[in-house]
Design a protein around this ligand. Structure first.
Ligand code: GLU
Length: 552
């Protein structure tokens, strides 16, 4: 018996070779320097913010170089798999305009390098593993759970590195005859890679972000084929990255420590390893200490959170790009251009330590981007959002769509638009008073007029204003009217005069406007008052004033 017999016994149905695969999946004919990148999620439920980040970078690296960004579903760990999560991931990438150009799309696949779902690639892995068995690069391992536990105990006791390696690799030198016999008898086994490394050695490698690195050489005989017939991640992704002709792997930093394993297998298989860029992990400040965003503790770890909150996907990407390349912020300040395609991204400008997630900054960009939309666009997008996530806003909009547009248009479509909405969920609380029923509820909860002004004077002023109000097409004309009336009530419309001796007046013109503002909205802070009055109209204004007075 020799290794070929053993390989034929285990893979008796495999009659193709690695060369056949090389022919089947030829190198891509792309422009010199084009990058082939991928996003390789495991279907474990939802899209993590960190995965959105790496996908954005992977796609940008590909598009900037006229390359390809593809998606591969890494579903070899059936225990962790959550039904349908492949489709969720695809849908979410689509939301962010980060759809792959090739690969797995949930209900179908696109591209000639497939299948793009690992569980459908068993035949390919088997061809490669058979070849490895024949060449002595892999071997069947019969270690039982108990044997492995005993091994770990012994290693821990001896303060040695744990795992299956070197002298601890019980079955790496088992003679072929015994292995053959045991397999024939049906003894359970896995297939392991036969490492030729030593953890006392260092290897040199290069990361596109971190530069030249020295890492501990791998010496673990990792499992490459599990007893369920599926390969492990470490092995499968190497075969896939090779035959899908990936030349740049962008992935989270948590994979850096496994890089020596991956590089060793690439070398053993005589495959050219791709370039690597390990991206910083997104961190969060928690009680003063930095820690990774956690699926369990942080709602914002899931991309879904941002969609539910109504962040415009583009603003999240802009924010993530500022984390990716800090010079992107300067670019925005300089160009006022939020089109990510126009920015020249560089892996070299990536920060080295974990990026800190900063919600205030995200909100800042959220406001910038929503404020730049015209009324038609923001109305449409927020309406779509409301149908999924905010029933109250949806109802509000359904009552009068064009009025909704007008409300959103307050201080919009101008050089310096108002920036009060960071996300769609900010809209309804700010505008719900336009609805008369909501308005009365707000008033019933208690109105807060300026306590320094006598209630009777307030009532008189409001009543008179309600009657005197005129719909004027220009804000300054309207404001003149308010000033005129306010002056009669001893509000001062000249700030200098007022400041010189405030005690002479009931208040300044802003105090007068505040009374009107509170009377029509129940709030001290609202968008532009003139615009609000225009939308409400005279009749509604008086109805509100009467209601407010009745509650004073
Ligand atoms: N399937 C791995 C994950 O879930 C992919 C790692 C890689 O990109 O190599 O993160």
């Amino acid at each position: 018996m020799d290794r070929l017999d053993l390989a034929n016994l285990i893979f008796n149905d495999v009659d193709q070779s690695i060369d056949d695969l090389e022919r089947l999946y030829p190198p891509r004919s792309l422009k010199e320097g084009s990058k082939v990148t991928r996003f390789a999620p495991s279907p474990t439920g939802f899209l993590h913010l960190g995965s959105l980040f790496t996908s954005m970078v992977a796609r940008k690296v590909a598009t900037d170089s006229e390359g390809v960004f593809y998606l591969r579903l890494e579903d070899t760990d059936s225990k962790r798999e959550i039904e349908g999560s492949g489709n969720i991931v695809i849908a979410q990438l689509q939301n962010f305009n980060l759809s792959p150009m090739e690969g797995y799309f949930g209900d179908h696949e696109e591209g000639i390098y497939g299948p793009y779902k690992q569980s459908l690639r068993k035949d390919i892995y088997r061809i490669v593993i058979k070849d490895m068995l024949i060449k002595g690069l892999a071997y069947p391992c019969f270690a039982s759970e108990e044997e492995l536990n005993k091994l770990r105990e012994e290693q821990t006791k001896n303060k040695e590195i744990t795992g299956y390696y070197g002298k601890y690799a019980l079955y790496r030198d088992l003679d072929v005859d015994t292995a053959y016999k045991w397999i024939k008898e049906g003894k359970p086994y896995v297939i392991r890679f036969k490492s030729s490394g030593n953890h006392l050695n260092k290897i040199k490698c290069h990361d596109e972000i971190k530069g030249d690195l020295e890492l501990t050489q791998n010496d673990q005989d990792i499992v490459i084929l599990k007893s369920d017939g599926l390969p492990t991640y470490h092995f499968a992704h190497i075969v896939d990255d090779h035959f899908m002709r990936t030349n740049m792997v962008t992935r989270g930093e948590e994979w850096l420590s496994s890089l020596p394993i991956h590089l060793e297998i690439f070398k053993a298989l005589n495959f050219k390893a791709p370039k690597y860029a390990h991206l910083p992990v997104i961190m969060k400040l928690d009680n003063g200490t930095k820690r990774k965003l956690s699926k369990r503790k942080d709602p914002e770890a899931s991309v879904d959170y941002f969609l539910k909150e109504g962040y415009e996907p583009h603003s999240l990407l802009v924010y993530l790009m500022t984390i990716a390349n800090s010079n992107y912020e300067d670019f925005i300040v300089r160009t006022k251009d939020y089109d990510l395609d126009h920015f020249k991204f560089s892996l070299k400008n990536m920060s080295l330590d974990g990026a800190l997630f900063d919600i205030d900054k995200l909100n800042f960009y959220g406001k910038e981007i929503l404020s730049k939309m015209n009324k038609v666009e923001i109305a449409k997008k927020s309406y779509e959002w409301s149908k999924k996530y905010c029933h109250e806003l949806e109802e509000f909009i359904n009552k009068d769509y064009s009025r909704y547009e007008e409300i959103l248009n307050i201080e919009r479509e101008r050089k310096n638009p108002r920036k009060d909405y960071a996300k769609f969920s900010d809209i309804y609380p700010a505008i719900k008073f336009f609805d008369y029923d909501n308005f009365t509820k707000i008033i019933d909860e208690g109105i807060e007029f300026n306590p320094n002004i006598d209630k009777e004077i307030i009532k008189g002023f409001l009543k008179t204003y309600g009657k005197a109000y005129r719909l004027l097409e220009e804000e300054n004309l309207w404001f003149n009217d308010v000033k005129e009336l306010a002056t009669k009530y001893n509000f001062c419309s000249d700030n200098k005069l007022y400041k010189a001796d405030p005690s002479k007046y009931l208040g300044n013109i802003n105090d007068a406007c505040e009374l009107i503002r509170v009377a029509v909205s129940g709030r001290k802070v609202t968008p532009n008052l003139y615009s609000i009055l225009k939308i409400l109209g005279k009749e509604e204004l008086n109805k509100r004033i009467d209601y407010v007075i009745s509650k004073m």
